[in-house]
Design a binder for this molecule. Structure first.
Ligand code: PEP
Length: 262
């Protein structure tokens, strides 16, 4: 059974004091005893990675990064390599978040290089895919997500998947930060499609083991209905991850949605 994965993407929010305070709180307060089988990560701004790593090191919390560059070192002013992130204790790196696609104009080719670099450094890539509101209205969800997956996962081999180095985040752009989340059955439908695409690339068995998480206005009060869909394996949480009780509520919902098999 796939382990639920709940990650809090802090985006460009919080300061050093508030970030370390939140991370300390999350590290020492499990959502509930029942939530111990949920994998939890925080994804702070890169400047706070080392400080957050210090407070969560040795606890159940894992550390993620919001972005990376694909080269190991060199003349790439302002960029940070995956190696450097790993040195800070990072285990997960987002690639292709919609804000990077749409605000920073990142294209699938660049995103794919990042995914490959993350995997090459033995970290886990969280590849984010999702359609805009206009694309959904034009019934292009499957086309758009299919293309993002095919291009984003080019040259990624089965071994990476077998080693659990790939998570897919389905994040419909129209649901991110809007307070309008996808209906549980809408999310499930796209997650099934994503798993079918993964099966074409990596085979049925490996595709069945890949975590596909949902992101887009997930809150403590709507998480359970989404997370109890059979192909929704967790959540990538933005706004609600900045509030400890909200985030822990989502972790708790994930634990209830997929209880530990005895
Ligand atoms: C995100 O940034 O990945 C996200 C899902 O944001 P929010 O939860 O605020 O919609």
């Amino acid at each position: 059974m796939r382990t639920m994965f709940v990650a809090g993407n802090w985006k460009m929010n919080l300061n050093h004091a508030d970030g370390t305070h939140l991370a300390t709180h999350l590290a020492h307060h499990r959502a509930s005893a029942a939530a111990s089988h949920v994998e939890i990560a925080v994804i702070p701004p890169v400047i706070y990675l080392q400080a957050i790593h210090k407070v969560i090191n040795g606890t159940h919390l894992k550390l993620g990064a919001q972005n990376c560059w694909y080269e190991k070192h060199g003349a790439f002013t302002g960029e940070i390599s995956v190696q450097m992130l790993r040195e800070c204790g990072v285990q997960y790196v987002l690639a292709g978040h919609s804000e990077r696609r749409h605000i920073c104009n990142e294209h699938d080719g660049l995103i794919n290089k990042k995914v490959q670099a993350i995997i090459a450094e033995d970290l886990t890539a969280v590849l984010c895919v999702g359609e805009t509101g206009d694309q959904r209205k034009a019934y292009k969800t499957v086309e758009v997500v299919g293309e993002q997956l095919a291009k984003g996962l080019a040259h990624v081999n089965k071994r990476a998947v077998e080693q659990d180095q790939l998570v897919i985040a389905y994040e419909p752009v129209w649901a991110i930060g809007t307070g309008v989340n996808a209906k549980p059955e809408e999310a499930q439908e796209v997650h099934v499609f994503i798993r079918q695409q993964l099966a074409k690339l990596f085979g049925n068995d490996d595709a069945a083991n890949v975590r596909i998480v949902y992101g887009g206005s997930v809150k403590a009060n709507n998480a359970y209905e989404i997370l109890r869909q059979p192909d929704v394996d967790g959540a990538l949480v933005g706004g609600a991850s900045l509030i400890a009780d909200e985030f822990l509520g989502i972790v708790d919902a994930a634990a209830r949605a997929r209880p530990l098999a005895l």
